[in-house]
Structure formats: C-alpha cells, structure tokens
Design a protein around this ligand. Structure first.
Ligand code: SAM
Length: 280
C-alpha cells in the first residue's frame, strides 16, 4: 500500500472492517488501468460504489467530468477528505447504495457509468439493483471475485453457467478485462479478483415479461441435477403433458437440463410458457 494512504488511514485511526468488504487498492498503475478499462472520458459522469480511502475515486476524477461516490462507512470521512483534497469534481455520499433511490439520483446524473471495486459480500445485490432499477446506466466496470466474474461471462453447458448468467444477459454483455491477484489488495482477501465490464444493451433478448423470464430461469436452475421438465412442473404446477407440449414447441429435448439452454432459448421458453400460465 502506498505510504501516504497508509499513513492517512493510520492517522485517522481507521480499522478495516471485513464485514463491509473493505479490501483497498492503492497501486496507482492498477487504479489507472481500471479507469482506462472503463473507457472513462471527460464527458462522463461516473458512479462509484464503495469509495474506501478514495484512491479509485481520485483516479476516476482525473479522467471524468464528475464522480459521485457512495460509501457506507462514515469513519472513512476524514480519510476521504484528505485523499480527495483539491479534487473538485468528486462528490461523496455516505449511504448504503442498496438504499439509494436510483430514479431520483438519475434526475441529477443523466446518463452515467459505474466504476467500482465492489464490496464482495454484496456484489450480486448491487449489480442486480442497478440492472433492475436504472434506466440511464450505460455500463458497469467492476472489480469482483474472479469466480463471480467467470459466472457473469459463462456460456451454457459449462459449470460456471447459472441463473445469474442468464438473468444479467437480459440487459448486459459481459467481458473479463483483467485478472487481479489477491496481493493487489490491503488487507489481502482469500480469493483472486477480476475486472469485468458489463455493457448495457437495450432489447438484448426478445422478452416481454422479464419477471416471468427470471422465474423460468430460477426454476430451471433450482435443482441442477433434475431435468428442466421436472423443475418446470414443480415451479409452475404444469401437468406433465403441458410441459412436454411446451418443450416440444420450443424444440427442447424432454430430458434437457436447465444449464444447456442459452439465454436466447430461455427467452423463447418464456414466451411459450406465458401461454400456459393462468393470470392470478
Ligand atoms: N474503492 C476502494 C478501493 O478500491 O480501494 C474501496 C473498495 S472496498 C472493496 C469496498 C468499499 O465499499 C468499502 O469501503 C466498504 O466500506 C464499502 N461498502 C460496503 N458496502 C457498501 C454499501 N452497501 N454501499 C456503499 N458502500 C459500501
């Protein structure tokens, strides 16, 4: 860790909180690389989730029009004031990002991208929140556990492919841009990390009822060893005959398992399934 940040943290009497996923990065080259990976330019507004000591915030601010950073831990206030002294285009909001009203925030930001070294204990809820609630987010370039990054980018018929892969595929294309070893963080976590870019693309899949798509996906992966047909019968109360009819309409083998379906096949299955589900 670079000495100036280390001494600022020490002077502020700061103690790292594992429960908040506090693993900081201070290597200037790595920080600059993340900002370059994100493709940040002078016209961009960036939202950062979890500013920590503000090292990434500072690196982003050097290339962006504006950074709005969220940090849950108020005890970082003196540290952030010091790291960001003289930085005019960064605003820090001390709040749990999961409780932020995104629609309200977006009235202030206009279009924006997210760049963050995410707290690992809430990676999926944070990303899901943005994908579900945001209408103006263009992309997310985020540091996550390598294993999670691989799940985001997985293709069907692989062990990494799961419900989260198919659900995020509704909104984003995913690409791993950089692998980051655990030694790059202070304190050192038990796992390696990766920078993944999630690019928001409207109407990626022909899905009218997103809630139903998610329900179908979650049902398909609810018991990985069971066939898709068994999982659908259990989740939706279809009769076996209905289920066979549904799968044959979609050209899906009766013995197929959920993990063999691409997001596009899940989209097709969702449209077909809608006809068999009685409105409540
Ligand atoms: N950006 C800094 C860096 O790269 O060194 C810190 C990254 S650290 C992995 C994650 C940060 O997110 C911590 O500072 C933690 O306190 C903060 N955090 C954890 N949960 C949060 C939440 N729900 N909302 C906002 N910040 C959160």
């Amino acid at each position: 860790m670079e000495n100036d940040v280390k001494s600022t943290l020490k002077e502020a009497g700061f103690g790292f909180k594992k429960s908040l996923g506090q693993n900081f990065i201070t290597d200037k080259n790595l920080l600059d690389s993340i900002v370059r990976d994100a493709g940040v330019t002078k016209g961009d507004t960036i939202i950062e989730i979890g500013c920590g000591a503000g090292t990434l915030t500072r690196a982003i601010s050097a290339r962006a029009k504006k950074v709005i950073g969220f940090e849950i831990d108020r005890s970082l206030k003196p540290v952030l004031s010091q790291t960001l002294s003289g930085v005019e285009n960064a605003e820090i909001i001390f709040k749990d990002f999961l409780k932020v009203n995104l629609r309200e925030l977006e009235r202030e930001t206009g279009e924006y991208s997210v760049v963050a070294n995410l707290p690992y204990y809430v990676t999926t809820p944070l990303i899901t929140k943005i994908l579900e609630e945001s209408s103006l987010c263009k992309s997310l370039t985020v540091m996550v556990q390598e294993e999670v990054a691989r799940r985001f980018c997985a293709t069907e018929n692989t062990p990494e492919y799961g419900a989260i892969t198919a659900v995020i595929a509704l909104r984003v294309s995913a690409e791993i841009l950089r692998l980051v070893p655990r030694e790059a963080f202070t304190p050192r976590p038990n796992v390696d990390s990766a920078v993944v870019k999630l690019k928001v693309e409207d109407s990626r899949l022909p899905v009218k009822d997103e809630a139903l798509y998610k329900k179908v996906v979650h049902a398909a992966f609810s018991a990985r060893r069971k066939t898709l047909a068994n999982n659908l019968v259990r989740a939706f109360g279809f009769t076996r005959a209905q289920c066979e009819q549904l799968l044959s309409e979609c050209g899906i083998n009766l013995l197929a398992r959920g993990e063999t379906l691409s997001p596009a096949s899940f989209a097709l299955l969702t449209s077909a399934a809608a006809k068999y589900i009685r409105p409540c």
